[in-house]
Design a protein around this ligand. Structure first.
Ligand SMILES: Cc1cc2nc3c(=O)[nH]c(=O)nc-3n(C[C@H](O)[C@H](O)[C@H](O)COP(=O)(O)O)c2cc1C
Length: 137
């Protein structure tokens, strides 16, 4: 049986991070996650990261350990770290997604709106609300 797992956190980008560092991180993350069958999203807005990771439990826990030790962000606030029976993102495109602008975010929220019965889904929408109020990410 597949053991699917979800991790979600918000964090603060390191103050010295430049635009090109973010682009590099986005590129690395989507390539690595697509290679390793990790789904989810990574969003960066006004100095904060928001990330959801879904995939194999063992792989995700190892990855999350590395992410937590990464000096490119700090003050990691964990929202979820638990097994999941109903992945939210597995069917959202077929790739790990970088949410780069308000259009991407609106598409994501529309997707989450499709299934109101999934409680993870509902919580994610609430967490994304402050980001959605910004016109441009
Ligand atoms: C905010 C943030 C999110 C990250 N997300 C991922 C991710 O989803 N997948 C990934 O492979 N690396 C991610 N990384 C990069 C990892 O921290 C780490 O640099 C990368 O896995 C390479 O580790 P390694 O050189 O030990 O293999 C992220 C880093 C930051 C700062």
């Amino acid at each position: 049986m597949r053991s699917l797992y979800t991790i979600c956190y918000v964090s603060k980008g390191a103050p010295e991070l430049q635009e090109k560092d973010i682009e590099e991180l986005f590129h690395y993350t989507s390539t690595a996650n697509n290679k390793n069958a990790v789904s989810g999203i990574l969003l960066y807005s006004l100095g904060n990261f928001f990330q959801v990771l879904e995939g194999n439990e063992k792989h995700l826990l190892q990855l999350y350990q590395k992410i937590k030790e990464d000096p490119r962000h700090l003050e990691i606030y964990e929202v979820y770290n638990k097994p999941t029976h109903r992945p939210v993102f597995e069917n959202y495109k077929s790739t790990f997604d970088i949410v780069k602008n308000s259009k991407d975010l609106k598409k994501l929220i529309a997707y989450l709106n499709q299934d109101q019965s999934n409680s993870t889904n509902h919580k994610l929408k609430r967490l994304l609300r402050p980001f959605d109020m910004l016109d441009e990410l």
